[in-house]
Design a binder for this molecule. Structure first.
Ligand SMILES: [Zn+2]
Length: 295
C-alpha cells in the first residue's frame, strides 16, 4: 500500500494511492507558529489516521531536500532548514521507509506515470501559484538534480534591469516576479486601481476584454515564455505541462508564451513545444508523492 503526503505549508493532505488513483484521503491544518517537531507529529498523525502500520510513505514539500531527505529550506515554514525530515518521520512511523521530495518534482513524477508523461518522454512541469515551481523528467526519468535543486524554473532570471520587479527569493527579474500570484495581483491593482485578493477577478477582467486583465496575462505569458525559451535552448523538451489553479487560464497566456518562445529560442522547432495542462489537478501532489518510494 502506497501513501502520499502533500504538505502544503498550511495544510497536510495524505492519501492511499492505488494504480494512480487516490482511494482514500484525509487532511489536517497546521497551526500558525508550530515548531518543526509539532509539524512532523502532525504529518505522522495524518498518516496513522489512514494506516496504523504504513509500509511506505512519500512526502511532497514546498521546499528543497537532498537525496537523504534532509531539508535545505522550506520557504513558508520557519525552522526546517537542516531538519532530517525522512528520518524524523520514519522514527514516528515505526521505521517505515520515507521518501521526501520537492512538491513540483513530486507532481512531475505523478505526471510521468499517470499524465502527459505517458506520451511525452521529456517534459518540464511548471506549477503556477504564489510560487512558480518546476519538476523535470528527462527520457522518462525524474531528474531532481545533484542536490535537489533541479528545475527551479521560477527563479530563472528573465530581466536583468535595475527596475525589474523583486522576487520573494531576494533577486530581481525572476520568472516568479512576473508570473507568481503576487506579481499578477500587484500589476492588476496598479493598472485598474482596484483592490483584489486573488487571481479570479483578474481572469474575469481579461475574459471581458478589459485592458487591465489582458495586460496582466500578457506580462505573465511573456515572463513564462522568456524563461521557457532558455529551458528549450538547453533541453529541447517534448512538452511543457502546467499545473496549479491558474493553469485553467492557460488559454489567456498561451499566445504570449508562444510569441516569446518564437522570439527567443534558437530554432523554430524549440518554440513549437506543446503547452499542456496537467490532467491530475489537485490530486497530483498526493499521487506523485506516493510513488517517490518506488524510485
Ligand atoms: Zn526568485
Amino acid at each position: 500500500m502506497l501513501i502520499g503526503v502533500d504538505f502544503g505549508g498550511t495544510q497536510v493532505k495524505a492519501g492511499i494511492v492505488e494504480g494512480g488513483e487516490v482511494v482514500r484521503s484525509t487532511s489536517a491544518a497546521t497551526q500558525a507558529g508550530s515548531s518543526p517537531s509539532e509539524i512532523l507529529d502532525l504529518l505522522a498523525d495524518t498518516v496513522l489516521a489512514l494506516a496504523p502500520q504504513p509500509e511506505s510513505v512519500g512526502v511532497a514539500i514546498p521546499g528543497e531536500v537532498d537525496a537523504d531527505g534532509k531539508c535545505w529550506r522550506l520557504t513558508n515554514v520557519p525552522g526546517f532548514a537542516g531538519v532530517h525530515i525522512a528520518s524524523e518521520l520514519s522514527r514516528r512511523l515505526g521505521g517505515c521507509p520515507i521518501a521526501v521530495e520537492n512538491d513540483a518534482t513530486s507532481a512531475a513524477l505523478g505526471e510521468r506515470l499517470y499524465g502527459h508523461g505517458r506520451e511525452h518522454p521529456s517534459f518540464l512541469m511548471v506549477t503556477l501559484g504564489t510560487g512558480i515551481g518546476g519538476g523535470l523528467v528527462l527520457g522518462h526519468m525524474l531528474y531532481p538534480g545533484a542536490n535537489g535543486f533541479a528545475a527551479e524554473f521560477g527563479h530563472i532570471n528573465v530581466d536583468r534591469s535595475d527596475t525589474a520587479p523583486l522576487c520573494a527569493c531576494g533577486q530581481r527579474g525572476c520568472v516568479e516576479a512576473f508570473a507568481g500570484t503576487k506579481a499578477l495581483i500587484r500589476k492588476y491593482e496598479e493598472l485598474s486601481g482596484e483592490k483584489v485578493s486573488e487571481v479570479l477577478p483578474i481572469s474575469v477582467s481579461a475574459r471581458r476584454g478589459e485592458p487591465a486583465g489582458l495586460e496582466v496575462f500578457a506580462m505573465m505569458g511573456e515572463g513564462l515564455g522568456r524563461g521557457l525559451s532558455m529551458v528549450q535552448n538547453l533541453l529541447d523538451l517534448n512538452a511543457i505541462v502546467f499545473s496549479g489553479g491558474i493553469s485553467a487560464s492557460l488559454d489567456l497566456i498561451e499566445p504570449h508564451v508562444r510569441r516569446a518562445l518564437r522570439a527567443y529560442t534558437f530554432a523554430p522547432p524549440l518554440a513549437e513545444v506543446p503547452l499542456l495542462v496537467s490532467g491530475l489537478g489537485e490530486r497530483a501532489g498526493i499521487i506523485g508523492a506516493a510513488y517517490l518510494t518506488t524510485l
